[in-house]
Ligand binder design. Structure first.
Ligand SMILES: NC(=O)C1=CN([C@@H]2O[C@H](COP(=O)(O)OP(=O)(O)OC[C@H]3O[C@@H](n4cnc5c(N)ncnc54)[C@H](OP(=O)(O)O)[C@@H]3O)[C@@H](O)[C@H]2O)C=CC1
Ligand SMILES: Cc1cn([C@H]2C[C@H](O)[C@@H](COP(=O)(O)OP(=O)(O)O[C@H]3O[C@@H](C)C(=O)[C@@H](O)[C@H]3O)O2)c(=O)[nH]c1=O
Length: 294
């Protein structure tokens, strides 16, 4: 099966290349090779490659900058997916769109169901929510896979930001009133490849690790696990202070609660999800092994 991946130099795009099962033929296209907002280029590439599935891992993911960069955000996150859906419709290709917990407003206090209405509270979330709607209209058999707070051992993400800050500062202040579920990239890539293989599946899926954590909880766990696994020296003492979002003003507002209900993914794919803390331990042990190898 031929699988085209857009945005292949990003966090997810890179990991899909590392984790791809041998029997799938992955064709990774970076932004430099294929700009998903260039309709002619997309149609040309899709016609030439004739993939069975397209995984759209391309996106504008800078949540705060999106508040100022409306045009680029909507061109990348809404128009790009629309063009991909149009090309998939014309050439009879399956589309797997990656979406986000930030399509929700965060006003619930129990996990968001796939049937819950979206109501984004920032521009990034709005651009992704619009893409979901447009894709489902053009291509009813598309898969929309929502995930949250992704981290890999490479690329820019909260874990790498925290490790960098912890090695330079003795005090950190992290918001405690925004809760969700951190998700190791390998949890997501497993679900993606399983959805690719299960060709009859369509519609919305939620995929994160299990459990609930505030960004503060996550930062504390990153610190503790980094020390236990030797990624931060024992004598690197960092005080992590829990603060309210109002004391960490950012251009974009973020949902206060964005835990996703994963039951459809667990049932349809028979996937055993791990707790976010267990995944963090695994991610750090892999990181440590690689450091020792080099
Ligand atoms: N990161 C997270 O915490 C979460 C991410 N998601 C979603 O997961 C998906 C993958 O995110 P992630 O890998 O973390 O994001 P990254 O920002 O790491 O990667 C996105 C990639 O898309 C590329 N890109 C940007 N614009 C275009 C374009 N017009 N055409 C083609 N490629 C483009 C970027 O290229 P360049 O590097 O050159 O800018 C980058 O390589 C996205 O859909 C995102 O919305 C969902 C929930 C959480
Ligand atoms: C660096 C830092 C951040 N924070 C806060 C800011 C913010 O509320 C929260 C998370 O910060 P980030 O900017 O890393 O995370 P953010 O970019 O909001 O992460 C989101 O990215 C997009 C792409 C998604 O789709 C979402 O699922 C989600 O993962 O932590 C602190 O409180 N203290 C700090 O020192």
């Amino acid at each position: 099966m031929k699988v085209l991946v857009t945005g292949s130099n990003g966090q997810l795009g890179r990991e899909l290349q590392f984790d791809c099962p041998k029997d799938l033929k992955l064709i990774p296209l970076s932004r430099q090779v294929l700009d998903i907002s260039d309709k002619a280029a997309v149609f040309r590439a899709v016609k030439k490659i004739q993939p069975n599935v397209i995984i759209n891992a391309a996106a504008y993911t800078s949540v705060d900058n999106a508040e100022d960069e409306h045009e680029l955000t909507f061109t990348t996150n809404t128009r790009g997916p629309e063009i991909l859906a149009l090309a998939c419709k014309q050439f009879d290709i399956r589309l797997l769109q990656i979406s986000t917990d930030y399509v929700f407003d965060g006003n619930k206090s129990s996990p968001y169901l796939i049937s819950d209405s979206v109501n984004p509270i920032n521009i990034y979330g709005l651009s992704k929510a619009k893409a979901e709607k447009i894709i489902q209209k053009i291509l009813p058999n598309a898969v929309i896979l929502r995930t949250a707070s992704l981290y890999a051992n490479h690329s820019k993400n909260f874990v790498n930001t925290m490790l960098g800050m912890m090695s330079k500062n003795d005090q950190l202040s992290i918001v405690v009133d925004q809760v969700g579920t951190p998700t190791w990239i390998e949890t997501l890539t497993k679900a993606v490849f399983s959805l690719v293989r299960n060709e009859s599946l369509q519609g919305i899926y939620h995929c994160t690790d299990l459990g609930v954590a505030s960004w503060y909880d996550f930062a504390v766990a990153i610190y503790d696990e980094a020390q236990l696994s030797g990624l931060l020296p024992d004598n690197e003492k960092v005080a992590i202070n829990a603060i309210a979002s109002k004391d960490y003003p950012t251009p974009a507002q973020r949902p206060a609660y964005s835990v996703l209900d994963k039951s459809r993914l667990q049932t349809d794919l028979n996937i055993n999800l791990k707790s976010w803390r267990e995944s963090l331990k695994l991610a750090f042990s892999k990181r440590r092994e690689r450091l020792l190898d080099t």
